[in-house]
Design a protein around this ligand. Structure first.
Ligand code: AMP
Ligand code: ZN
Length: 119
């Protein structure tokens, strides 16, 4: 299986891991759009939020709690941050493995997409 985030989760591809537990891995984005830009992913392959199943509720909860822990570790919990998940074609999703972008460490304005703007 060649999914890049599956390979990162299996530690076959290098990344800077910020947080990890049984279900979730979070690592620095390779092309950060702000001082802090972390991707929070399920370790098992889920294509996008649109593919998260009803029986994956524990995984959904783990992803959100991981966001909070990432923010604490990156010391942006108090200053704030933006949470983004691009879904599918109209959402501009490029990597087809569910991930939550945690973007902060500086004001992120009205930025809507993790790559900035609507383009
Ligand atoms: P999206 O457009 O929401 O699918 O975002 C994909 C994100 O994955 C982009 O912000 C990329 O910079 C990031 N990315 C792609 N490959 C890697 C990698 N090997 N390690 C870390 N981040 C990556
Ligand atoms: Zn995957």
């Amino acid at each position: 299986m060649s999914c890049i985030f599956c390979r990162i989760a299996r530690r076959e591809v290098e990344s800077t891991v910020v947080y990890e537990d049984d279900r979730v891995i979070a690592f620095d984005d390779v092309a950060p759009q702000a001082k802090v830009h972390v991707l929070v992913c399920p370790k098992e392959h889920v294509t996008s939020l649109a593919h998260l199943r009803d029986d994956q509720e524990p995984l959904a909860a783990s992803l959100l709690l991981a966001v909070r822990r990432v923010a604490e570790r990156k010391q942006i919990a108090n200053s704030g941050y933006r949470l983004i998940s691009n879904v599918g074609e109209h959402g501009g999703q490029e990597v087809l493995h569910l991930h939550l972008h945690v973007v902060g460490g500086q004001p992120v304005g009205r930025m809507l997409a993790a790559r900035g703007g609507l383009g």
